[in-house]
Design a protein around this ligand. Structure first.
Ligand SMILES: NC(=O)c1ccc[n+]([C@@H]2O[C@H](COP(=O)([O-])OP(=O)(O)OC[C@H]3O[C@@H](n4cnc5c(N)ncnc54)[C@H](OP(=O)(O)O)[C@@H]3O)[C@@H](O)[C@H]2O)c1
Length: 329
């Protein structure tokens, strides 16, 4: 495992990290969570990702119980939460000072930790002035309850505004953004944020590197039982996979699988390494519902040398979706 700087910050995050969206509670209980987290940690993973909304807080309860049982020293790992979707009441959601504070306290309690290492605004909140959120995050930093704050799926414009506000108040702007990034979803990371890596030193903790499993090849012959697309509540994902666009991606994934196999890798492994081939990615958050999946994904690192320019070019020739900068005029 190698470690990358989280943007311009001093903290170094493992190139693969581990998250709990969908999986913890609906597919993974505390025992399995503990097994997966132990496997990840033993392979050098130092960042575990969570959010208040995952399984309505139960994902953090499970991770907190696993962390307690694993008993790692607190200075050897990073754990996150994200604020935005708390409860249904107006005070329980969004990025108001109140919800940012309440959600932080609740996450610390569920995760059984004294502070959160990374704390994300899970989405932008157009009803809250950005000053309010930037200053609330800085107050939490000063109180020692969070160490770094960031965003998830904010536009480049919104990030620039947050940094401008932080400069105006001489406080800390968002250190990291958590965007989707995989072979089928590239625009934001590769184009929209491209200047922010230099201007504000933005770090990225990217999500759904396997496009929810599509980039493993498992959906080539329909939707198998026991997969994410068959979980109640994720009908939207099944519909996406069955849509013409989804079917076209599955066809491309098949070509990618053949390329991966020709080069002695699994499609999952090649897809994860492709994300890592972008130097602006600080960490790729892995998701897994089974230990075997996590083992296979972590083993991708053994194949790094296979991602040579020829393989990267062959990947581009298959996906044919490299985003381009708009012409200046
Ligand atoms: N900030 C945000 O808005 C946001 C959004 C989404 C995710 N995230 C974060 O990113 C993390 C990762 O996202 P993700 O879970 O969508 O990642 P992903 O890698 O795209 O999908 C993971 C899923 O793919 C399947 N899978 C993984 N490895 C496999 C393998 N080797 N062989 C076969 N199937 C495999 C499993 O699903 P099956 O159960 O179907 O087998 C697994 O749960 C989340 O846990 C969360 O922490 C953040």
């Amino acid at each position: 495992m190698e470690y990358r700087k989280l943007g311009k910050s001093g903290i170094k995050v493992s190139e693969f990290s581990f998250g709990s969206w969908v999986t913890f509670k609906s597919q993974v209980d505390t025992k399995l969570a503990k097994e997966c987290m132990a496997m990840a940690y033993e392979h050098g993973v130092n960042f575990f990702d969570n959010a208040e909304v995952y399984s309505d807080g139960d994902s953090e309860v499970i991770m907190g119980e696993a962390l307690k049982q694993l008993n790692w020293t607190r200075d050897s790992y990073l754990v996150s939460s994200k604020v935005f979707w708390g409860g249904q009441k107006p005070t329980q959601r969004g990025l108001s000072r109140k919800h940012v504070f309440d959600a932080c306290h609740a996450a610390m309690k569920r995760l059984q930790v004294d502070y959160l290492d990374l704390y994300f605004c899970h989405r932008p909140d157009i009803d809250t002035p950005v000053e309010e959120t930037v200053l609330a995050m800085n107050d939490l930093i000063r109180q020692g309850k969070i160490l770094y704050w960031g965003t998830s799926e904010w536009s480049a414009e919104q990030l620039r505004e947050a940094h401008q506000v932080a400069r105006d108040y001489r406080v800390i702007g968002p250190t990291m953004e958590q965007p989707e990034y995989n072979l089928f979803h590239r625009e934001r990371v590769e184009i929209e944020y491209s200047r922010l890596y230099e201007t504000v030193g933005l770090g990225t903790t990217v999500w759904s590197p396997l496009s929810s499993g599509l980039l493993t090849g498992k959906y080539e012959n329909g939707i198998p039982e026991g997969t994410r697309a068959n979980i109640t509540g994720y009908e939207w994902l099944k519909a996406r996979f069955l849509s013409p666009e989804g079917q076209a991606q599955i066809a491309k994934a098949k070509e990618l699988r053949l390329l991966a196999e020709k080069n002695g890798m699994k499609l999952s492994q090649m897809s994860l390494l492709w994300c890592l081939s972008n130097p602006n990615v600080s960490t790729v958050i892995l998701g897994a519902s089974k230990t075997e999946q996590l083992r296979e994904n972590l083993a991708a690192l053994e194949h790094k040398a296979k991602m040579n320019p020829e393989v990267l070019e062959a990947i581009e020739a298959i996906v044919q979706n490299k985003p381009e900068h708009a012409p200046l005029f």
